[in-house]
Each structure stands twice: as C-alpha cells, then as structure tokens.
Design a protein around this ligand. Structure first.
Ligand SMILES: Nc1nc2c(ncn2[C@@H]2O[C@H](COP(=O)(O)OP(=O)(O)OP(=O)(O)O)[C@@H](O)[C@H]2O)c(=O)[nH]1
Ligand SMILES: [Mg+2]
Length: 597
C-alpha cells in the first residue's frame, strides 16, 4: 500500500488510474484502474493498477484475473511489507509466474536504503521460487523508468497467445452509457470477440455485441489478454453485473468443484469442512472445503478437495482460483479446477488423478465412461478436459477405446454392444414379421439403449456402411428384404418336410435353403447331411431328459427301442445331445450333465 503503483503507471502512461473521487480524497486506490502502455518496441500492453490496501485485496484479486505477467511494486523506503507477500501469494496461486519488480521512490532515500530494500526483495523472490529482474525507479523523477520499460517489453514479447477457442470475459464493470446502452468491461481471458458476435451470460441471456473497444478506441477484434469494453444490445441494465461472465458459447454453471488446492506456508493448517471465500475471475463466493484424501492440510502442502459453492460459477478445468479466510481476512491459498461438474456424490480419485496427469488419451475414455450412453463432441470434451477441442479430438482418435460416430466420440465397447443389440432386434423383427421386417426409428433407438443423439449417429454410420437399411418408414436389415422368392419357396418346402419327418429326417445337403433355415433358427444340424426341425429337436431332448431322470442314464439300445427308430438316428440324436451339453458319456451309457439334473 502507498508504494507508488498509481504514480508509476501515471508516469509511464499519462493516465490517472485513480478515477474515483473517494480515491483522490483518501489518496489510496480502491478499485482496479486500467491504462494502456506503449512499449519501446511499439507493442502495446494493458496495465491493471490494483489497490494495495489490505481491505481491498479482493479487488486486487479480481483485477489480477486474466493477466499474463505482473509488475510488483516495492517502495525502497519501506521494503517488503505484508501486503507485498500477499500480492505475490495471490499471483502464485493464480499461476502468474512471469514478471518484473519495480523498486520505487529511489529519489527519496539514500543508496544504502535502496540496497537494503533490494536485498529484502531478492530474498522474497527466492523464497517464492521466482527469477525476475528488479529495477530501481522513481515515479516522480522518472529515473530508471527507461530500464523498466525495456524489461516490460521483454516480458510482453514472451507472452504466448492462449489457444482456446471459447471466448470468456469475466465482467469487472457494467454500466449504462446514455445513447449507447449497456457497456461491459473486463480482461478477456481467452478466445476472441468481434462486433456482431452473440454472447452468452452465465444467467442464460444472449446479448449481441454492437461494438468492441480497447482502451477507448474502436476495435475490430478483442483478443485474449486485452482490456475489452463491449457495447451490448439485447440486454437490460441490471441484467449484467461485475462477477458475471460473457461467453462465446453457453457453458453450464456449477456449484460444486473438484480441485487440487494448495495451502500457503504462511497459513494455519486447513481442516476438513472449513468455510472459505473463493475468488474466481471477478466473482467471489463462499465455499465449503471437503478434503478428499486427508483430514487436515498442512501449510505448504496440496490436496484434492471438493468445494461446495454458495453461488454458481462458470468454471472450466484448469481454471485457477484464490482462497481467503474471512477472519482474519487473509489469503490462505488457492487451487486449480480439475472437474467443474463432478457427477457422483463422492469423487473418484482415479478420475481426478487422470485429469491431473495431462494425458488426454487416458482421460478421454474415462470422461466418456461417465456418460456411456450419450457420447460427447470434441467441444463438450474440452469442457471436461483442460485442452482445446483439437487436442482432445487428436487424443480421442488415437485411442483404441474410443470410437467416432459422426462428430460424437463414445466408448468402442459401448458402441459395439449397442450395434449388436440393434442388429439382434432387427433380426428378431424380421423373423417375427417377415412381411414387414422394419423397426421404426424410435424402436431402433430404443433397441440400441443409447441416447437419441448417439443412437442416431450409430444408425447413420451403419446405414453408411450398408449394415442396415434406413428408409422413410424405418430401419431394417438389408437382406431381410432381399430374400429371393425362389429361396423362400425352397426353404418353405424343406421346412415342411423336416417337420413332417420329425425325429427321422431324410438326408439333406447343406443347400442355401437349409442354411437359410439354420440361420433363422427353424432347423438344427444333427450331423453332416442331416437336418431336423426345431420342434423335433425340442421333443427329442425332452425325451432324453425324461429317460435320464427316470432311469438315471440312457443307453443307445434303450433309446433306439423307445423311439422305435434305427440305430443311425438314435446315435445321431444322442451325439447331438452330448454336443448341446444336455448329456455326457459315461462308459457305454449317457447321463445328464449337471445343468439338467
Ligand atoms: N518521492 C516519491 N514519492 C512517490 C513515488 N511514488 C509514489 N510516491 C508517493 O507515494 C504516495 C503513494 O503513491 P501512490 O502511487 O498512490 O501509491 P499506490 O501504490 O498506488 O497506493 P495504493 O494504490 O493505495 O496501494 C503518493 O503520495 C505519491 O506521491 C516516488 O517514486 N518517489
Ligand atoms: Mg494506487
């Protein structure tokens, strides 16, 4: 606090970021202020000047969201203060590791004091594991500012653009401008926003972007990292407030997060079930913390946790958040979202560990197993996995456990089982109603036991491969309609003969008609060259079971006499019963297998 942030920003940019009357009256910053900085290379950077007072750390956290790098200000006369440490802690839990330190007010103190403050700062940076330059400056005389600008330029050059396609703008201000309408501002987290885009709010509205501004200038596009002001239509004053999120695609909100949380060295041990304040984007809410793998979290350590939130958030995997205690009001740690929409009442460690592994080929099948009947698009997967849709798609397509149907991914095993069920149902319908062997589309979907969306994708894929025939009236097996009439006739005659001759069928070759009846289950094959009707088979097996149950066993001669048949048929049937698992040979006789006893 009071270390010279606002003064330095004013010197470098000409912009006074203390806009509020109260800020001028009290001589302190209260809300984040924004200024544009042109660097020596011509690159433009956005500066967010955050308040330093400990009462406004929550504003500092909101202001720090979405930044690429930090400019930490330490006054040479005071040196490192508790707020210096807390700001650095916040940056650490938000994952902002790149930055520069400005050692200010060097005009007001002697060289020795500057050196002491520099030593102090070096120690702090070392303990935080940060290797960043320290530049002594004065925000009053401008001494050292050129060096500072060069250091910032170097940082800006190393800022990698974020690749996600989803645009997310956590709103930090929303106000009505006369003659313009509702204006929302924020630091764009990811993606791009253009005039004409339709956006989605976390509250289910979808305003349209009339114009985009960056630091007061009209812009054709807002890119990730940019300070962004949007003029919105289709939304009323009061329907959008700081803390809300504007999105390029609808994302479900959540009240439960599974996360890896980190406790600061300076914090007290954290107990299971504790209530903390959670800061995510520009939103703050109460959160109850349930530790998943221990009862208590020691300072400096991390753990898996489930956070139950009081208010809804738009959170995605990989998002960072800050945790603060309410009394005393101090930052205690933070975390990374692993699963923003946990399904079960209890979290699965295996799933969370896979998410942390960064091995998407391992995560994608587990993600699909959570919705086995639904399948997911690459975009839906990217809401579950902290990776862009293209990366997720590549991982999915490389995995043998994952099948692709249209633009849906699903588990290979589930798709295969659904395919079998569908083909079975189609076969059954063709047998039961050869005159109309079709299932309606609704019946076909039901038969797959998949969600309609995935079922339709499966039907489309099977039609494409000519495995099924889809017409306006329904779905059928291609060959169910294509039985040639001669075959139908021949098969009908053969079946009649076999039914008439019962246990003593005439020798029959494996003709197409015989194979057709076999496939339909109307006949069975006794031995090579001998087919019998299904009815005869059922009767004979019953007879064999009865004899065995009455007499304990059955012999070839005994069975032949009982059937009044020849030795040839008696032998064929007994061997068939052996093969069917009904009987088993014991010496010269046969007994029932255990299953039929
Ligand atoms: N001599 C001298 N005074 C400075 C310098 N920078 C800031 N000051 C003075 O220090 C006081 C606080 O400066 P600010 O720029 O408001 O400090 P801040 O870090 O923005 O303060 P908060 O936003 O409230 O945390 C003001 O009176 C400034 O004039 C400097 O480099 N040299
Ligand atoms: Mg200030």
């Amino acid at each position: 606090m009071d270390h010279g942030k606002t003064t330095l920003v004013r010197y470098m940019t000409g912009t006074d970021t203390d806009r509020l009357e109260e800020e001028h009256r009290r001589g302190i910053s209260i809300v984040p202020g924004y200024a544009e900085l042109t660097l020596p290379s011509g690159r433009r950077a956005s500066l967010v000047d955050v308040p330093g007072h400990e009462r406004f750390v929550k504003n500092m956290v909101a202001g720090s969201t979405g930044v690429d790098a930090f400019l930490l200000v330490v006054a040479a006369d005071d040196g490192v203060m508790p707020q210096t440490r807390e700001h650095l802690d916040v940056l650490r839990v938000l994952g902002v590791r790149r930055g520069v330190v400005a050692l200010t007010k060097i005009d007001a103190v002697d060289e020795e004091t500057v050196e002491l403050a520099e030593l102090d700062t070096t120690e702090l940076l070392e303990s935080a594991g940060l290797a960043v330059p320290i530049v002594p400056v004065s925000g009053v005389t401008g001494k050292g500012v050129d060096e500072l600008l060069l250091a910032l330029d170097e940082l800006a050059g190393g800022s990698a653009g974020r690749v996600e396609t989803l645009a997310r703008l956590p709103v930090d201000r929303a106000f009505v401008l006369k003659g313009i309408g509702l204006v929302a501002t924020g630091t764009l987290w990811s993606g791009e926003i253009r005039p004409g885009d339709t956006l989605y709010t976390s509250t289910g509205l979808h305003p349209r972007v009339r114009s985009v501004q960056n630091h007061g200038r009209s812009a054709e596009i807002a890119r990730a990292g940019a300070r962004t002001a949007l003029d919105l239509v289709g939304i009323e004053a009061g329907e959008l407030e700081p803390g809300d999120v504007l999105l390029s695609n609808p994302v479900p909100t959540t009240r439960t997060l599974d996360a890896r949380i980190q406790l600061l060295e300076s914090a007290h041990p954290l107990k299971h079930g504790i209530r903390l304040r959670l800061y995510h984007g520009t939103r703050a809410t109460n959160a109850r913390v349930r530790l998943l793998d221990r009862k208590e979290l020691a300072p400096g350590e991390s753990a898996l946790a489930r956070l139950a939130l009081q208010e809804e958030l738009v959170a995605l995997p990989g998002d960072r958040f800050v945790l603060r205690s309410s009394s005393p009001q101090v930052t205690v740690g933070g975390g990374t979202v692993l699963d923003p929409a946990p399904t079960g009442r209890r979290s699965e460690k295996r799933w969370l560990e896979a998410l942390e592994s960064g091995d998407w080929a391992r995560v994608v099948p587990l993600a699909l197993a959570r919705v086995p009947q639904r399948g997911m698009t690459a975009e839906e997967l990217s809401f579950v996995v902290p990776a862009a849709p293209v990366e997720v798609a590549a991982a999915a397509e490389g995995s043998p456990e994952v099948a692709k149907l249209g633009d849906l991914y699903a588990l290979t095993g589930e798709v295969e089982a659904a395919r079998q069920r569908l083909l079975e149902a189609l076969k059954k319908r063709a047998e039961e109603r050869p005159e109309s062997p079709e299932l309606s589309v609704a019946e076909a979907r039901t038969a797959t036991r998949l969600d309609a969306r995935l079922a339709d994708a499966l039907l489309a894929a099977l039609s494409g491969d000519a495995k099924v025939l889809t017409t306006e009236t329904g779905v059928s097996l291609p060959d169910a309609e294509e039985v040639p009439p001669e075959l139908e006739k021949e098969a009908g005659e053969l079946l009649e003969t076999l039914r008439r001759t019962g246990a003593e069928p005439p020798a029959t070759d494996a003709t197409p008609a015989a194979r057709f009846l076999l496939k339909r289950g109307e006949v069975v094959r006794l031995t090579d060259g001998l087919f019998a009707s299904k009815e005869a088979e059922e009767a004979i097996l019953e007879e064999i079971k009865t004899v065995c149950r009455e007499e304990g066993e059955i012999s070839l001669a005994g069975f032949r006499d009982r059937l009044h048949t020849s030795r040839k048929y008696a032998q064929a049937w007994l061997e068939y019963a052996d093969a069917a698992g009904v009987t088993r040979r014991v010496g010269d006789a046969r007994v029932l297998t255990r299953r039929y006893r």
